[in-house]
Design a binder for this molecule. Structure first.
Ligand code: MN
Ligand code: MN
Length: 288
């Protein structure tokens, strides 16, 4: 059992509530930047912090887009939006996502494929389950519904202050297999597509991360920003100072910059994600 399980439960509940609140805001004409900021404001209002910038990836974008400070996009009818949200309480992280079709219902089958696959893997979670069993359940479920799993995106274990803590849960079987154990926190996140079933790196999606503390002598401004964000992902919307924004953009080679993940054949992508605590008896969904 993880220490402080109650903190992880609280972080999970806040993340789930923020996800549901954000999903309700995805209507035609809504400002993409406002939706991201509403979600993050809610997380802060509950005494938590966003574990990463709200992801609002559209259509063939699978993940890793967040609006920049000048974003003026408004959602259009038919946009297939992956809303991916995380909250953390002193490093206890939740990670959860839903796919919403803005103002229409043309891709219900694709959205359902991701959700059903996530549920089928979730029910298998228990002490000593292997990642291969979970991958196989996800892959079979998505293929049985007539879509392809995105083979180079994975679920993952989560540890304190570490969103991707080392063990991956691929969305297809055939990779190496590792057992999971009671007390581990895992994110299960199938991606389903009508495309080729692979993503590649697209343009910069406005998400940054310090890999390590910057040299405070050479770049005191970066060192100041590091004090705020440590090694968790962040974005320029969270930096009110214009000068510091400019410095971060200019010096971004010193940081990790996340590209948007784009389906290689421009296929539409749906994602469903929940965070679970593995227990001796089975599992507990932390982001219901
Ligand atoms: Mn995740
Ligand atoms: Mn996520």
């Amino acid at each position: 059992m993880v220490e402080d399980a109650d903190r992880w439960r609280r972080a999970g509940r806040i993340g789930a509530q923020a996800r549901d609140l954000g999903a309700g805001l995805l209507v035609p004409g809504a400002s993409r930047r406002d939706v991201a900021e509403e979600v993050e404001r809610y997380i802060r209002s509950q005494g938590a912090l966003p574990a990463f910038p709200t992801n609002l990836s559209i259509d063939q974008e699978a993940a890793h887009f967040t609006p920049d400070p000048e974003d003026d996009y408004r959602f259009r009818t038919g946009d297939l939006v992956k809303l991916d949200v995380g909250a953390h309480l002193e490093g206890a992280i939740s990670d959860t996502a839903v796919t919403v079709e803005v103002g229409s219902d043309r891709h219900a089958g694709l959205r359902k494929a991701a959700r059903v696959a996530q549920e089928s893997a979730g029910t298998l979670l228990k002490d000593a389950v292997t990642t291969r069993e979970l991958s196989l359940a996800i892959e079979r479920s998505i293929r049985a519904q007539g879509y392809r799993p995105v083979e180079n995106l994975t679920g993952h274990t989560i540890e304190r202050y570490l969103l991707h803590a080392g063990t991956s849960i691929p969305n297809v079987a055939g990779f190496t297999s590792q057992p999971l154990h009671a007390g581990q926190v895992v994110a299960i996140e199938p991606f389903a597509t009508g495309g080729a079933g692979r993503i590649h790196n697209g343009p910069f999606g406005n998400i940054l991360r310090f890999r390590e503390p910057p040299d405070g002598e050479r770049t005191p401004e970066l060192a100041e920003a590091f004090q705020r964000f440590r090694t968790l992902p962040f974005c320029l919307r969270w930096v009110p100072e214009k000068e510091l924004r400019a410095t971060l953009l200019r010096e971004r080679r010193r940081l990790q910059t996340y590209p948007v993940f784009v389906e290689v054949r421009q296929g539409l992508v749906a994602q469903s994600e929940r965070t679970f605590l593995i227990t001796p008896e089975g599992s507990e969904c932390l982001t219901p």
